[in-house]
Design a protein around this ligand. Structure first.
Ligand code: S3P
Length: 442
């Protein structure tokens, strides 16, 4: 599918976004590990969450969906059965990495596989530490397919030092640590999202987070105690996805005379790096905080067109906005001045090499974008030209390029835009509801 974006039109109105992707993945999976009936409201139903839901069926877990309301009948860790077929994780690394941890905790045997794109994503980062804990798991040269065989429980509780902050790896290891013989400790160099700790904590798991200083660097530690009983079921209304909101936030900042109100999104501080950065760039962005939902801070956003100024993003801030760089690159192109991003090498291992592909596609729109090993430099001139750009099979790059078109005087055409359905099938209809003029054709 190609989307043709006619820019220069104000975005005005109110939108409500589907449930958070990370919370949806976790709620689906953790409810299946609990004992009893869980009720989850506003779950995200998109390309990346469907494989997780379908995997539950393969593991013998019953679930029902009524609109966005999901009911899951958990039978505890012992209720999981060996699947009779290969589990297809689609394009979702979160599904694969979290399921590997859940399979270790439930001691089932099976194979996890996925799309060609997912087979390229690094899996040694979960396979090696799981093996050290005693999990019988093999990869295919560090990638999917992953083969797991049941083994003697308990697993070995131990210390893991992650070289890259990663909530997916952390979650995988937390799940395996629930059935270990002693407490485990996971140390990360940055504040990766802590939804797992909050959600499993609310279900009865004992998980403690702390920050220590070593060699004058901050380290983020997560201590996991072995489970002493079953996990309690989950009752949760999921807030809207702040990473999806990010596209509309940048769209409203760069399209002329815009004012957009975004209803209840998650504002977990491990996810709000982009909002902090855009505020530093002088973006007009008001946050109305609300009562938290299921232990997750929430709020509404008011965004108005702004003249953005260039900035620098590095260190911990990178981790707190790890999914937002494609659209941040667009904001940087519309800002005045040189924006620098460093310490962001991990972007090369996402759905596409987001450093290379973002710079390459922005250049097609006349933006001066220079790739570095661990980031990029964008010389913002307050505008982009028209042009034809590609998604490279990356949903966030596709959406970012559509947003880039909203402020342009000439048409921006985004090829491969069908991939947007991976995380936000409502993206184009929601933009149109705010006044955007976008035509899509197959
Ligand atoms: C996610 C963690 C992040 C993020 C991904 C979702 C999660 O990945 O990029 O979209 O739900 O845990 P990493 O853990 O690889 O940083």
């Amino acid at each position: 599918m190609r989307c043709i974006v006619r820019g220069g039109i104000p975005l005005r109105g109110t939108i409500k976004l589907p449930g958070d992707k990370s919370l949806s993945h976790r709620a689906i999976l953790f409810a299946a590990l609990a004992e009893g009936r869980s009720e989850i409201e506003n779950v995200l139903l998109a390309g990346v969450t469907k494989p997780m839901l379908e995997a539950l069926t393969a593991f013998g877990i019953q679930w029902r969906l009524n609109g966005q309301h999901l009911t899951i009948e958990g039978e505890g860790l012992a209720g999981w059965k060996d699947p009779t077929k290969v589990i297809d994780c689609g394009n979702s690394a979160t599904t694969m990495r979290l399921l590997a941890g859940a399979m270790a905790a439930t001691n089932v045997s099976g194979v996890l596989d996925g799309s060609v794109g997912l087979r390229r994503r690094p899996m040694a980062r979960i396979v090696q530490p799981l093996q050290k804990m005693g999990v019988n798991i093999q990869s295919t040269e560090g990638c999917a397919p992953l083969m797991l065989q049941s083994t003697a429980l308990p697993l070995r509780g131990m210390e893991h030092h992650l070289s890259v902050a990663s909530a997916q790896v952390k979650t995988c290891l937390i799940l395996a640590s629930l059935v270990a013989d002693c407490p485990s400790l996971i140390t990360e160099p940055g504040p990766s999202r802590d939804h797992t700790e909050r959600m499993l904590g609310s279900m009865g798991a004992e998980i403690k987070a702390s920050i220590i200083e070593k060699d004058s660097k901050k380290l983020y530690q997560t201590q996991v105690m072995p489970l002493r009983g079953e996990l309690s079921p989950l009752q949760m209304h999921l807030p809207g996805d702040i990473s999806s909101a990010a596209f509309f936030v940048v769209g409203a900042l760069i399209a002329p005379a815009s004012q957009v109100w975004i209803e209840t999104v998650g504002l977990n501080p491990t996810r709000t790096g982009l909002l902090d950065t855009l505020a530093e760039m002088e973006g007009s962005l008001l946050i109305e905080e609300m009562e938290s939902q299921g232990g997750e801070p929430c709020g509404c956003l008011d965004i108005r067109s702004s003249n953005l100024r260039a900035t620098t993003v590095a260190g911990e801030r990178v981790v707190r906005m790890i999914d937002e760089f494609p659209v941040f690159g667009v904001a940087a192109a519309y800002a005045q001045g040189e924006t620098l991003v460093a310490d962001a090498q991990e972007l090369r291992y996402k759905e596409s090499d987001r450093i290379s592909m973002l710079c390459q596609e922005l250049r097609k729109l006349g933006v001066e974008a220079i790739e570095t090993e661990d980031g990029f430099c964008i010389l913002g001139r307050g505008k982009v030209h028209g042009g034809v750009v590609e998604s490279h099979g990356d949903h966030r790059l596709a959406m970012a390029m559509v947003i880039a078109g909203l402020g342009s005087k000439e048409e921006v055409i985004v090829e491969g835009a069908e991939v947007i359905d991976e995380s936000l099938p409502e993206f184009i209809p929601l933009l149109r509801s705010l006044g955007a003029e976008i035509t899509c054709e197959n």
